[in-house]
Write a protein that binds this ligand. Structure first.
Ligand code: HEM
Length: 403
């Protein structure tokens, strides 16, 4: 272990599960990056052999290496944990098998393919949500707008009827919490499949241009997706795409609301919206960590890592690495753009990153257009971004001028 000048007083362990939503881990990770960039701890409850250690890497260089070296650091750990609930999981495959699966679903998530959804779906969805709050002059933007927006977009892209969005989302949440509540997770997984089956079958004979149609007809070099892969992919989409994007949307709005000067600049020059989104993803990504498992005895920064050990890769910490960014803990609109780690890197780099950026940019623009004189509600508690594995503001109480 690189213990360097490790401060014996710093506790690097994860908080108990019931404190994950309110946790503030950045002080711990900033300290680890500087003093103990590779943390070694005993194995982790439901994922590890008790005899094997678990490692956590926090620096840009180690994060980048682990995520790119898929032969040594396998993504199979994701399948171990989520297979009972999600089925055949893209996120849990390596090498050629992963590449073939990903190629078959990737077309739908290319920037050029997604462009059609901007005017057809993304802008109308955010506009409808804002119609619901605009007359009131006050709202909790998380409860009423950000938490509903990406779910509805993904359901629209998949081809789930609008009336069923809430049900679909409820199953997705239960599937995601499967490792903690297995019975509910398995039941939701089956219910989602039963619901989707007739829609999938209908698209086989009559494609409608949605993602379901795309998935059943996708073919590369004669290879097609099996039914198990189609349902596995559909079960992954909401947890991967909605939980993440809605939190980042809230964090970006809060970054602007807390900085009136930056807000004024973005309001008067909308070409700055992408910079505000990108800086928020770097500074406060909504997904702070991903997992891998060592396939062979190896080392990270000279620290021996036995085969079979799990490795937590703290992408949130990597995006605040001081060797790459000055004052990395500060949100700055004028940073020179360079790659951050919010979307990971290597073969599993986020498939939905172009969609996430499109939603966030459209979402921020619509909020600024539709809610004039937007400001935090001075009578409510000042909102803060919180969370251990997933981060965002749980509430965003604001005032604005009604039309
Ligand atoms: C701000 C929003 C988002 C963040 C921060 C985020 C973050 C990530 C990260 C870090 C990974 C890599 C996981 C790993 O290496 O183990 C990932 C993978 C993935 N993301 Fe996202 N994501 C976001 C939005 C989306 C959206 C909108 C979608 C699609 C609707 C999506 C779909 C996926 C999929 C399918 C994968 C797995 C790719 C693979 O295994 O090849 N994500 N995401």
């Amino acid at each position: 272990m690189d213990t360097g000048d490790i401060d014996a007083g710093m506790d690097y362990s994860a908080p108990p599960y019931d404190q994950w939503d309110s946790a503030q881990p950045y002080e711990q990770w900033d300290h680890a990056r500087r003093h103990c960039p590779v943390i070694e701890e005993p194995g982790f409850n439901f994922t590890d052999e008790p005899a094997l250690p678990r490692f956590t890497v926090t620096s840009w260089a180690d994060t980048d290496r682990v995520l790119k070296d898929w032969r040594t650091f396998s993504a199979s750990i994701n399948a171990e944990v989520m297979r009972p609930y999600m089925g055949e999981l893209l996120l849990g495959l390596d090498g050629e098998e992963h590449r073939r699966y990903r190629n078959l679903v990737a077309y739908a998530f290319r920037r050029s393919t997604l462009e059609r959804w901007r005017g057809e779906l993304i802008e109308p969805v955010i506009d409808r949500l804002l119609d619901g709050i605009a007359p009131a002059g006050r709202a909790d933007l998380v409860a009423e707008v950000t938490s509903k927006f990406p779910v509805q977009v993904i359901c629209g892209i998949v081809g789930v009827p609008t009336t069923d969005h809430e049900q679909f989302n409820e199953w997705a949440v239960k599937i995601n919490y499967g490792p903690l509540y297995p019975e509910e997770g398995v039941a939701a997984s089956q219910a989602m499949r039963d619901y989707l089956e007739p829609l999938v079958e209908a698209r086989r004979t009559e494609p409608t241009g949605d993602l379901l149609s795309e998935l059943v007809h996708a073919e590369i070099d004669g290879a097609r997706l099996t039914d198990e892969k189609i349902y596995g992919f559909l079960r992954l989409l909401l947890p991967a795409g909605a939980e993440t994007t809605y939190r980042a949307f809230g964090s970006c709005l809060l970054a602007l609301l807390d900085r009136p000067e930056a807000m004024a600049r973005v309001l008067s020059d909308r070409s700055l919206v992408p910079a505000a989104v990108e800086e928020t993803l770097r500074w406060e990504t909504s997904v702070t960590m991903v997992a891998r498992r060592a396939t062979a005895n190896t080392e990270i920064r000279g620290c021996p890592v036995p085969a079979g050990s799990s490795v937590s890769v703290i992408s949130g910490s990597a995006s605040r690495d001081e060797t790459r960014w000055d004052d990395a803990g500060e949100w700055r609109l004028d940073r020179v753009p360079q790659q951050h780690m919010a979307f990971g890197t290597g073969p599993h780099q986020c498939l939905g990153m172009h969609l996430a950026r499109m939603e966030l940019e459209a979402g921020i623009n619509a909020v600024l257009d539709r809610l004039p004189n937007l400001r935090l509600d001075p009578d409510a508690e000042h909102p803060a971004i919180s969370g251990y594995a997933f981060r965002g503001p749980p509430k965003l109480p604001v005032l604005f001028d009604p039309p």
